[in-house]
Design a protein around this ligand. Sequence first.
Ligand SMILES: Cc1cc2nc3c(=O)[nH]c(=O)nc-3n(C[C@H](O)[C@H](O)[C@H](O)COP(=O)(O)OP(=O)(O)OC[C@H]3O[C@@H](n4cnc5c(N)ncnc54)[C@H](O)[C@@H]3O)c2cc1C
Length: 403
Amino acid sequence: MDFSLTEEQELLRKTVRQFVDKEINPYIREWDEKQHFESSILTRLADLGLMGVCIPEQYSGSGMDYNSLAIVCEELERGDTAFRTAVSVHTGLNSMTLLQWGNEEQKQKYLTPQAKGEKVGAFGLTEPNAGSDVAAMQTTAVKEGEYYILNGSKTWISLCDVADHFLVFAYTDKSKKHHGISAFIVERKWEGFSSKAIKGKLGIRAGNTGELFFDNVKVPKENLLGQEGEGFKIAMSALDNGRFTVAAGACGTIMASLEASLKYCHERSTFGKEIGKHQLVQQMIAKMEAGLVQSRLLVFRAGWLKNQGKRNTRETSLAKWQACDYAWEAANDAVQIHGAYGFSNEYPVERYLRNAKAPVIYEGTREIHTVMQAEYVLGYREDKPLSSTLPAWPFEEAKETVK
Ligand SMILES: Cc1cc2nc3c(=O)[nH]c(=O)nc-3n(C[C@H](O)[C@H](O)[C@H](O)COP(=O)(O)OP(=O)(O)OC[C@H]3O[C@@H](n4cnc5c(N)ncnc54)[C@H](O)[C@@H]3O)c2cc1C
């Protein structure tokens, strides 16, 4: 076992940290207040090669390993959840899914510009009546000649107004239930596509989230991802990567909560001593440290499995569940440590708390992950092999084995 980061990974962490401190932290309070998504951040991330950090160089990505993506997510969420969420959907849910399931033509056409950051990808699974219960979706894709005609809507979709390409899941045969769902690559510019942001969110207010509408959208049959009926499996495998990024990001929220709390512990005095000297305050600090280290270990274990090309649904789910719960607790304790000042946006901790709620809900709620873990342990759930797997890292070797 080797727990050390490579020199390249250390440099990556430093680069993203400097970027966040310079380009995000000075402005984030204002963006959050105005519910403004600053899309130029994605352009800057693209300049740094961070929109395709773990995508092979063959498709214009940076070719780094999967744990490097985790490092990017940790550091981005230390600034704000909005930008980590953007990388989660663009890279974790969309690009990595194209890498795993796309044919060569689809990879050239969609993955390459996404890895360069010239185009932005997103992921449309949730519907007004279908969140945890994916098969309750109502969107349909009916084959007519060379096209599928897409009708329906999606909601709570991150980057709804920003993304160029969407992975959209729809029924091609409702009678087959889970086995009747298919996955499609859909472009914003096509006729019949529209989107609308949701305003008034509790957190991730500097992020763009909302609805997608499909009114007889003509999707060329070449844009079917995988086979007809493979959509549910594709969606679940996409979540193995999305959840990984969410778990890593949660470590960033814990880091930020800890950083702000440590500073305040040394600044604020009560009863003649720094509040950091009170044992009950120390208990909250200690919990944050324990949560950070435990979460990070779970994330890097999942990334290590990805690097080996091994199935990691179970390990990723555990990392996502635990890290997001720890992040929520850390942000809550950070507000507590700041006393009344934590209750105002004079300090960033109230934003951390509001932001930390959504990750406990999206990409599998806390309850869904709890049930999954119990089912694995009880022997009620097992993962069957998939027809396409994510390439192992280093990619050069992977290319040979994938062929
Ligand atoms: C900020 C934000 C961004 C998002 N981005 C995206 C995106 O980019 N793409 C996308 O497709 N979706 C996205 N989502 C949607 C998200 O994935 C769903 O909200 C999530 O899957 C939960 O679905 P739901 O909200 O319909 O809740 P429901 O499934 O209706 O659940 C309601 C409650 O019931 C509980 N529950 C449900 N079923 C069970 C069960 N079997 N056992 C125990 N408890 C259960 C849940 O845990 C929850 O507490 C986003 C959501 C948010 C908040």
